[in-house]
Design a binder for this molecule. Sequence first.
Ligand code: PMT
Length: 405
Amino acid sequence: MEKLTHKKILLGITAGIAAYKCPELVRQLVKAGTEVKIVMNQSAAQFVTPLSLQALSGQPVYTHLFSSNEHAMEHIDLARWADLILVAPATANFLAQHAHGLADDLLTTLCLAANGKLLFAPSMNQQMWKNAATQGNVSLLKTRGIQFAGPAEGEQACGETGPGRMLEPAELIQACEQMFTSGQLEGKTVLITAGPTQEAIDPARFISNKSSGKMGYALAEAAKSAGAKVILISGPVSLAPLTDVTTIQVDTAANMHHAVMKHVAITDIFISAAAVADYRPTTPAREKIKKSTSLINIEMTKTKDILQDVAARLNRPFCVGFAAETENLEQNALEKLRTKAVDMIAANWVGEVAQTQNTGFDSDNNSIHVFTTENNTLLRKTSKTKIAQQLIELITEKYYEKNPA
Ligand code: PMT
């Protein structure tokens, strides 16, 4: 609930039976440390009284577009005041009005004037929800970046069953928290490496590894959703390019090193998820090596450690390394935390252990042990998408601990 502390939420209530859940919603928001202002139209006041909402929020409840005791620009002030405008319940009529830019009362007017986050919690009869007009309005609103919480399915006040129930107060609180999680890295630049590198043996062959890039790409998506500007330095992978992520394709460890160093000065957080080759053939053959002798030796030279070099910089970003281990995961991760002098190590199994768990290289799932000098956290097996979101949350928390806003 900490994410809601000191946040300013404007709760808009429209005329739906689910408005009876609003007093409990307001109570829980206030308990979470949120400053709540309430705007409702007169029809909504038939379902829940402004007086009880005023008592619970400790703030006056706004019901009219032009009230005598406030100035005429109230709708603009309220829209600018709010960190988040939550409309719950949001009726079919309200969604239609907002989708088509109609504004004939205080709530619809301030929603139109809003330039920040909007979260709508629909509530209506299941057939009204399924109606093509409503669905069209919802799609239109989503394309404009408006977020939706629910509706849930179940028994409805009218006696029918289906989708259209407003979410419960606790679920709406979670949805509000999610809205703030997703903006936590606004204004920050996150540099991420992903995928394998390829080190040439000759013009036809290279040494590489099993990294698919899925973990690094999922992290890039999660950082983007958290509001960050994301620069992704990607080794050769066969994943679809990400939208709104600056992606630089590289092949070798040396090129990845060069690309990272080129962008590191503008980076707030560096996440090294790539499986970078530790060694490269010292002198790749100019021509394809012929099959002549039964044994050949390829001399290998150590590559530069990108993560270590970033972490050694004077004004370095918050540094997160990965550790891909086949044994002694904790011991090796802690060793990497120390020797690479980074802020955090995300350790995961690869090899046999990972294969039996269906995690690690190329899998769609992962499980990660996150180590810092103070503590360690286990992110249990789930999709790489979800693990990435959880890891970005942890990184964000630690980043702000170290660099208070
Ligand atoms: O790509 P996927 O198929 O989704 O698989 C994900 C993953 C298993 C590759 C990923 O989760 C992971 O563990 N990435 C790091 C792999 C690795 O190289 O680990 P390492 O323990 O060998 O290296 C430690 C750290 O140093 C890593 O952050 C690595 O990026 C970095 N490193 C290593 C060598 C080098 N020359 N430069 C580096 O920056």
